[in-house]
Design a protein around this ligand. Structure first.
Ligand code: ADP
Ligand code: MG
Length: 215
């Protein structure tokens, strides 16, 4: 079983769809404790990726992640644009000249998440997308260390992302616009944590389907 960049058009399409389907709900979250533009920001980036899909599918992973990162940085805007952009550019740097198996991907994704932490000067527990990304990276590394079956790792990733997203509800925001609200930021899920969870769920859905599809 191989995961190749030829899968990128279906992965991007799945992300486009899941953000579209949940646009209203996520916008309401960002309106509650942010400025309400998170979905529009993200959709600008996703539409740019949809337009580049066929081109991306021809690249190797390192080149594809680099291009995705640059596109997100320029097209998304807002705090999330530079953060999601940083994630992919850092993944590209970590990816060079390595075959993409689970241990390699776990390490590459973890490098991406570390770069997001540095870029946003943030860590787990601050009510951001990192409350999804950090535990998901840890669950990938755990799955790789255990030599777990890919299907089980994907299941775990899905569950971990949901738990992480839900954990932001009761957190106090200490980074980003939501932090201006101080105690009033509690009681709402973070919009960036929600979109991270939705996108990870959509990606896992495509990969799991690919895994079980007849060769
Ligand atoms: P903006 O806040 O500039 O309007 P968006 O609405 O697109 O940008 O994105 C907001 C999301 O970005 C938040 O919900 C949060 O998940 C994430 N975020 C904001 N600041 C940081 C940070 N310093 N580190 C990590 N994530 C952050
Ligand atoms: Mg916003």
């Amino acid at each position: 079983m191989q995961f190749v960049p030829a899968l990128l058009p279906s992965l991007i399409q799945a992300i486009d769809q899941v953000i579209e389907t949940n646009a209203e709900e996520v916008t309401a979250l960002d309106q509650a404790i942010g400025d309400g533009d998170h979905v529009t920001n993200l959709q600008r980036g996703i539409k740019a990726l949809v337009a580049q899909s066929d081109e991306l599918a021809q690249l190797d992973w390192a080149a594809a992640w680099q291009k995705i990162g640059m596109t997100l940085m320029t097209a998304v805007g807002g705090a999330s644009g530079s953060l999601y952009g940083t994630l992919f550019v850092a993944m590209s740097k970590a990816a060079r000249d390595r075959p993409l198996d689970l241990p390699a991907f776990a390490e590459i994704f973890s490098s991406g998440v570390e770069a997001v932490k540095l870029r946003g000067k943030a860590d787990a527990g601050e009510k951001t997308m990192l409350d999804v990304l950090i535990p998901v990276a840890a669950s990938l590394r755990q799955g790789a260390a255990d030599g777990a079956a890919l299907a089980d790792v994907l299941d775990n990733v899905t569950r971990t992302a949901i738990t992480g997203m839900e954990s932001t509800r009761d957190m106090l925001a200490t980074k980003g616009r939501a932090s201006f609200l101080e105690e009033r930021s509690r009681g709402h899920i973070d919009a960036g944590a929600k979109t991270s969870q939705l996108m990870i769920g959509a990606l896992v859905g495509v990969l799991a389907e690919h895994l079980t599809a007849p060769a």
